[in-house]
Design a binder for this molecule. Structure first.
Ligand SMILES: *Cc1c(COP(=O)(O)O)cnc(C)c1O
Length: 418
């Protein structure tokens, strides 16, 4: 018997993803170790084995972030869940926030801050460039914001904003310093404590080798004090011993970092149901990075990123943006004149099983973005991508010296002792 809701039997086949090498700006092919960790069975949310796993994950992420911050934990959701949690918890409606925008993800910080009711002040750089500390300090003096929010590595432009002088500037002007390090952490230097950051949020799907779905964050004591002023405990779990903050209640329940801290902290106050499978994955991502060593992972991203970029340049392709401020893990390359960008990407995918990235905003249709990150920051992945792209470009009529891409990459590997 069939009824009107019966499903086409063909849909009952399992989904089996085609084999792909993900060489775009993220997500990337996940390290099989992370997939294995994520197939482990659940334990109860307050099982001592679980709370121990949470405490260990906090400690592991202190190593990833390079911080002593007690409040280093996971927000459940993709990277922008971390951004939303930090901004909605730090900002009260009417607060001023300064956002230096140098790509798509700077616009995202503005968009989220606006939804939090902030008075958003933006400064802009052309896509492909970054800000100097002076430019940011001048804007801080003018605006006098409560928060400076800035992306470190903006994959939309492949640029890496230097953060090392900004913490000192923020501290001098009494400004909270927040950065989105999603795309850069693990593949480029990131120093939470040394750079005096008050809040950082990231994701797993770039240099950390994992899938999207968990957003590790870390908060300084100053950030925690700001959030605690608005402490709120839900009716139903509140006791007479709980003292609420005096400020206005944080506008999101799911992203109320005060409540999330109460859940990750000693009291283990009930909040959301732990996304246990993502927790297992996030824990394994941190283990992979710390086993390799953060500095070694950064160096690996530097070398494979350089081999890819120089290989592309040798193929008569022009690289995008200020190369002295490029992220290690992604490169932008101009689509050569007379070549159909989308046809090349589609041949790379369908004929070679390799995904490379397109672009958005002012760069749409102008550049491809090619990543060498996380599990795919590897020699074989770089050489396969260069080989395939050379073949596709040759067939598309692009003029280049045969084998120049792979030969150049090989020379770099020899120079770097690979
Ligand atoms: C890729 C990227 C993200 C991704 O956010 P999701 O919510 O995980 O899609 C966030 N910020 C930056 C800077 C990125 O490059």
């Amino acid at each position: 018997m069939t009824d009107q809701y019966s499903v086409n039997p063909a849909l009952l086949r399992p989904f089996s993803p085609p084999p792909r090498l993900l060489m775009g700006p993220g997500p990337i092919t996940v390290d099989p170790r992370v997939l294995r960790a994520m197939s482990a069975q659940l334990v109860g949310q307050y099982d001592p084995a679980m709370t121990q796993c949470m405490n260990e994950t906090m400690a592991l992420y202190r190593g990833v972030f390079k911080t002593k911050n007690q409040w280093t934990l996971l927000v459940d959701g993709t990277s922008r869940a971390g951004i939303e949690a930090v901004l909605i918890s730090l900002i009260e409606p009417g607060d001023k926030i300064l956002v230096p925008v140098f790509g798509r993800f700077g616009h995202l910080l503005c968009e989220i801050a606006e939804r939090c009711g902030a008075e958003v002040h933006k400064i802009h750089k052309e896509w492909g460039e970054v800000f100097t500390p002076d430019e940011i300090e001048t804007a801080i003096k003018q605006v006098q914001p409560k928060v400076l929010a800035i992306v470190q590595g903006d994959t939309s432009t492949t640029m890496l904003q230097p953060l090392d002088h900004l913490g000192e500037i923020c501290a001098r002007h009494g400004v909270l310093f927040y950065s989105d390090g999603t795309a850069s952490i693990g593949g480029n230097p990131f120093e939470t404590d040394k750079w005096q950051l008050d809040a950082v949020s990231v994701g797993l799907q770039k240099c950390l080798c994992g899938p999207s779905g968990s957003a590790p964050i870390t908060l300084s004591e100053k950030a925690v004090a700001t959030i605690r002023k608005r402490r709120h405990i839900e009716a139903g779990i509140r006791t007479d011993n709980h003292i609420a903050g005096s400020g206005r209640r944080i506008a999101s329940n799911y992203f109320d970092l005060g409540m999330i801290m109460d859940y990750w902290g000693e009291e283990r106050l009930n909040h959301h149901t732990e996304a246990t499978t993502m927790l297992y994955g996030a824990r394994e991502c941190a283990r992979i990075l710390l086993e390799e060593g953060v500095e070694n992972a950064i160096e690996r991203h530097r070398i494979h990123g350089k081999a890819m970029a120089q290989g592309l340049a040798a193929m008569n392709l022009k690289l995008f943006g200020d190369q002295s401020n490029k992220m290690h893990n992604v490169v932008g390359v101009y689509i050569p004149e007379g070549v159909a960008g989308e046809a090349v990407r589609s041949s790379m995918l369908n004929d070679f099983g390799i995904e490379i990235g397109t672009s958005f905003g002012p760069l749409h249709g102008k550049i491809w973005r090619i990543g060498t990150m996380g599990y795919n920051a590897r020699k074989d992945a770089v050489l396969q991508t260069l080989t395939a792209l050379e073949a596709v470009l040759r067939r598309a009529g692009h003029s280049q010296t045969a084998n120049a891409g792979v030969d150049t990459a090989m020379t770099i590997y020899t120079q770097e002792g690979y």
